[in-house]
Every structure is written in C-alpha cells, then in structure tokens.
Design a binder for this molecule. Structure first.
Ligand SMILES: Nc1ncnc2c1ncn2[C@@H]1O[C@H](COP(=O)(O)OP(=O)(O)OP(=O)(O)O)[C@@H](O)[C@H]1O
Length: 584
C-alpha cells in the first residue's frame, strides 16, 4: 500500500481576505459624497437658517457674490435653502427606506415559520405587489392618508416593502436547507432564533445593496410627492418642495430650480454609487427543514409495522447496548412514493457502520431520520428509533440529542454559517448544552485543533469559514465532535467534496477521532474502497431497502451474495487503477 502524502492545506490568505474587504473606488466616492451631504444636513440648518428663512427686500435676484443662487420672491437665499433642505430630505428618505427594509425583511423571514402552503400564498400575493409600480402604490397610499411629510414617508415606505419581502424570502430559501440550519434544528433552536442568527446575517450584503438602491428610488418618490403637493407642506421644505416652489418661475428665473435639482442629483448619485460599490465588492463565495404533522416528522409506525418491528426486535437481540437502534424505518413522500422501505439496523458503541448504495438509494434519508432530522416534503415512520438512549418517536429533551450526536456533512462550506466565526459555531454545544464557559471552550477547541493537526490552532477559531480550506473545515467538524464527546457521529459522505490527498488525511483523523471517543459512527459513502478501509460492518442499500449486510472481512474477500453488491464491487474495482497504472 502506498504511503499517504501529507496534506497541503490551501488556505485563503489573510491578506487577500483583507483586500476583498477594502472599499472599491465607486464605493469610496459614494461614501465620501454621502458623508459630505450628511455634514451639510447637520451644519446647514444651524449656520444658514437665518438666510434660508429670513424675509428681505432682495427679491427675485439673480446669482451674485452675496446670493450664489439668487433669491426667491420673498428675498430668501436660494443657496442656503437648498443646503438647509438636505436635512429634512435625508431624514424623510432614511425613515421611508427603514420602514421598507425592516418590515420587508421581517415579513420575508417570518414566512419561513408558516406552512409551505400558506407561505406560497403570501409570496404569490407579494409577487403581485412587486409587479405593481411602487410610485403608483405610494401615490394611492399618500392620497388615502392625506398630504403631509409623515403620510408621504409612510406611503413610500410601505410601497417599498414588497421588494424587500421578495429579496429576503428568496435569499432565505437556500439558507434554510443548509447543513448548519439542520444542525441548529438538531440543537432544538427555536425557528425565530434560527432566522435571526443564521439567516439574517447572510442576507446582510444583499440587503445593504438593495437598501442603498432603494434609498435612491425612495428619494425620487418622496421628492415627487412633495413636488405635486402630497408630501412636505409649507413652511417646511425638502428638495421636492423647493422644486415645486421654483416651478412657476422656470422661464423668468430658472436659477430657482438649480439648487434643489443639483442636490437631488448629488444625493441620488451618492446612494447609487454606494449600492453599486457594495454590489461589486460583495464576495460571491460568501454565500428547510419544517416540522409539521403532514411532513418532516418522525412518527411511530402503525399497528402493522409494529408487528413487523417486533419480528425485527426478535432478530436483533437486546436494545440496551446499541448506540443507535432503528427498526422498520419507512420514509415516503406526501404523494405516497416510498423512499426508504422498512430499514432496520443497530450500531454499537465504538463501531463504524458503513451505509453504501447508489445515489438516491435512501442513505441520507435513513441517516438523517436517525438524528430526528426529517426533511420537509417527506414523512418518516418507524417502530423504533433509539439514538444514544433517546426514543426519537417520543419527546426528546432540548439539547440532549445535540450533546450526544454529531453530524458531519458532505459539503464543508455549507456546513458552516459563513457570517459567524468558527469558534462560535464549533463550541455552541459545549457552551450551551454542557455549560462550558466561553474561554474554556475556546481553549478546548484549540487543543482539539492541535490534535487534528490543524495549523495555527489558537487563532483558527476566530476566523470565518471561508478563510479555511475544505479539508480543514471537515477536520474542524471532527474537532467539534471530539469537544463534546459525541456518542454517535453521523457522517454523510464527509470526504466526497475533498481532493484525494485531503480525503485520506481527513479519513485518517476521522478513524483516530472515533477510536479515541469510542463513539458509534454511521458512515455514508458511495466509495466501497473507503468503506472497506474504515468500517467494521457495511449495509448495502438499493431502492430504499437494505439488500445485504457484510462484515469488513467479507467485503475484503469479496464474499458478497446479492447481485447488486457484486455490481457495486465490480464498479469499484473497475474504478481503481491497476498496479501498473498506479506506478505510471
Ligand atoms: N425532501 C424530499 N422530498 C422528496 N423526495 C426526497 C426528499 N429528500 C430525498 N428525496 C428522494 O429520496 C430518495 C433518496 O434520497 P437520499 O438523499 O436518501 O439518497 P442517497 O442514497 O443519500 O443519495 P445520494 O448519495 O445522492 O445523497 C431520492 O430519490 C431523493 O430524490
């Protein structure tokens, strides 16, 4: 057997990560411009209020050294008025945008607490609202609420809500099926907490981009409402109100509309630059499980299956010793399509049980059901699922499963919430369910990192997932299982997404970890070679059924009976390079 070469971790260099966080030129210009406008909004009403509102005899004057943009029919300085109007304009625009963002995001996330049917209804109604022009909707709402700055702000804010509902609901969808959300569900984290903690931070960048662009649109709409008399009322004034005041004099004294027009354009351009700059800077790498009566639940099987399970029990012997005991597990879609058809097995403490079979044979559904995680859209029944002593067909105390079961998924990137530091995620069970304080948990995690040969173990925890390679993230998951002394590790193709050398190292660490923990392991794989090297026993699944059970020795000697296993074995041998090929 050839020696396994040491792994070369392909980390994302810290300098590159820092560079990607620097604002680009567009964002810098936008922020500088917006910063200047905010400064004007703060200072102008203090310094220029007398000139802006003071009535003088210098009426309808053109531009001069004394009045840079002339004066209006009451002798008020138009330059001062344009600058002073910045404060009210910005306050109203920020308020209306905040209404759209806060309510839109709240609704967009809360729909994920509804049943799929009600959620679809809400989202369809929202899609209709999005298709309706926001300005028309704002006009209708403003007309109902009556003229005034407050009602215009409310109208424009409400009209902007559907766009944010759509964005946040759509972006939440893929996050709700991410592995770290499944893990949070295993931890019995309440749905609102999952939404706020795991989903909301991942919307941050997209929300910022949409908010900045929405700010520009809101500015135009609010100015439009003031311009037609539905917004800010005299004696107050924003840019739109100033434009309306200057309109009758467009031909006789056009300079009256220059100030508010320029300020309006500058504010809009600043917001657009910020939005586009944020969009350009957003890192594309930074990227549902529903419990209900009808689906996504593990139910106790009906009478018939109970009988079947009793038969299995007789075959299976005493339940006491097994870390995982599954009897008569069936998983079916709501339409009745059977995906897993009465699977029964045990995994003893310290034993590694392999689950092999072609894609779609029901391996993941079987394993996830064993952790009480049944995906939305399917219904699972069993006569018995006892996981580390917990009867999953009855109520399980919050945190018990989380403490005893560790899940390691195929895609190391989707396993972690990209917005949270690794140590927060990896030490959660230890801190929340085992009462370890933050500092002790951090130290213990670093020790496990060291044990698993993760470089710079003391600082890794403070990094975000994208700063580590895939192999490191998988080892970090193993470290987390070690940290909590998990009694059952469910690993769903944990090395498939890794390259071959990293795979070998992760597997080596995996065996060492499970050995030192004495944990039972349910190891799912397509790869018979890996399973033979790693597992004590193997279950072969085909079309939702276990068609054969083999020991490692039987598999090694090729003592397989079922034609399907034979074909799997033949395929694996066909894939393996011959000795000559390997030497080439
Ligand atoms: N939530 C779901 N709703 C409906 N069908 C599902 C759902 N989850 C899985 N299935 C179907 O159940 C079958 C078994 O899926 P499962 O993921 O357990 O297969 P698998 O053996 O793990 O395959 P793979 O190796 O590709 O992951 C597949 O046909 C799959 O399409």
């Amino acid at each position: 057997m050839s020696a396994i070469p040491p792994i070369q971790p392909e980390e994302v260099p810290a300098a590159a990560a820092r560079r990607s966080r620097r604002p680009g030129p567009m964002l810098a210009i936008g922020l500088a411009l917006m910063g200047s406008l905010v400064l004007v909004a703060v200072l102008a009403p203090v310094l220029l209020d007398a000139d802006a509102v003071g009535l003088t005899d210098d009426r309808r004057q053109g531009a001069s050294g004394e009045h840079l943009l002339g004066t209006d029919e009451f002798g008020r300085d138009l330059f001062a008025r344009a600058l002073v109007a910045t404060r009210l304009t910005l306050v109203l625009t920020v308020s209306a945008t905040a209404i759209s963002v806060v309510l839109g995001v709240a609704v967009g996330l809360l729909v994920w607490m509804l049943s799929p049917r009600v959620r679809n209804l809400v989202l369809t109604a929202n899609a209709v609202a999005v298709a309706f022009p926001a300005l028309v909707m704002a006009l209708v709402i403003a007309a109902i609420l009556g003229p005034g700055a407050m009602s215009a702000t409310l109208a424009v804010g409400i009209a902007g809500i559907p766009a944010f509902v759509r964005l946040s609901a759509t972006m939440a969808a893929p996050i709700m099926v991410r592995d770290y959300v499944s893990t949070a569900k295993l931890l019995n984290v309440p749905r609102p907490v999952i939404l706020v903690r795991h989903v909301l931070p991942n919307l941050g960048e997209a929300l910022l981009v949409l908010s900045a662009n929405s700010f520009a649109v809101t500015l135009t709409e609010l100015s439009g409402l003031s311009f037609i008399g539905l917004g800010v009322q005299n004696p107050d004034y924003d840019f739109g109100r100033l434009l309306a005041d200057g309109l009758p004099n467009t031909y006789t004294q056009p300079i009256q509309i220059v100030g508010p027009s320029v300020m309006l354009v500058l504010t809009g351009v600043a917001a657009m630059f910020i939005g586009d700059g944020l969009a350009a800077r957003s890192n594309p790498r930074l990227r549902r499980l529903v419990r209900g009566r009808r689906s996504g639940m593990l139910h106790r099987a009906d009478e018939l299956s109970q009988e079947m399970a009793a038969a299995h029990r007789e075959q299976g012997g005493a339940a006491g010793a097994a870390a995982l005991r599954v009897r008569g597990l069936k998983v079916a879609t709501a339409q009745g399509r059977e995906l897993v058809r009465g699977v029964s097995f045990d995994v003893a403490p310290g034993e590694i049980l392999g689950l092999v079979g072609e894609s779609g044979s029901g391996k993941s559904l079987t394993a996830m059901s064993a952790a009480g995680l049944v995906p939305d859209g399917v219904d699972a029944t069993a006569a018995e699922v006892t996981t580390v002593g917990h009867d999953l067909l009855g109520p399980v105390r919050s945190g018990d499963l989380a403490r005893d079961v560790a899940l390691i998924y195929q895609d190391p990137v989707s396993t972690f919430n990209p917005a949270l530091r690794l140590e927060n995620q990896l030490t959660e069970v230890a801190r929340v369910h085992q009462g370890m304080n933050r500092r002790a948990a951090r130290r213990a995690l670093a020790a496990e990192f060291r044990r698993l040969h993760i470089s710079e173990p003391d600082s890794r925890g403070r990094q975000h997932p994208h700063e580590l390679s895939g192999g490191m993230l998988q080892r970090a998951m193993i470290a987390s299982a070690l940290l909590t002394d998990a009694k059952l590790i469910i690993a769903d193709e944990p090395t498939t997404a890794l390259d071959v050398t990293v795979q070998a190292e992760v597997l080596r660490q995996f065996v060492a970890a499970s050995g030192s923990l004495g944990a039972a392991v349910l190891f799912i794989s397509h790869d018979l070679g890996v399973v033979e090297a790693l597992c004590d026993r193997v279950l072969v699944m085909k079309e939702g059924e276990v068609v054969e059970e083999l020991t490692r020795e039987q598999l090694a000697r090729g003592e397989v009976k079922h034609p399907y296993t034979r074909s799997l074995l033949a395929a694996a041998q066909y894939m393996e390079p011959s000795a000559e090929e390997a030497n080439e």
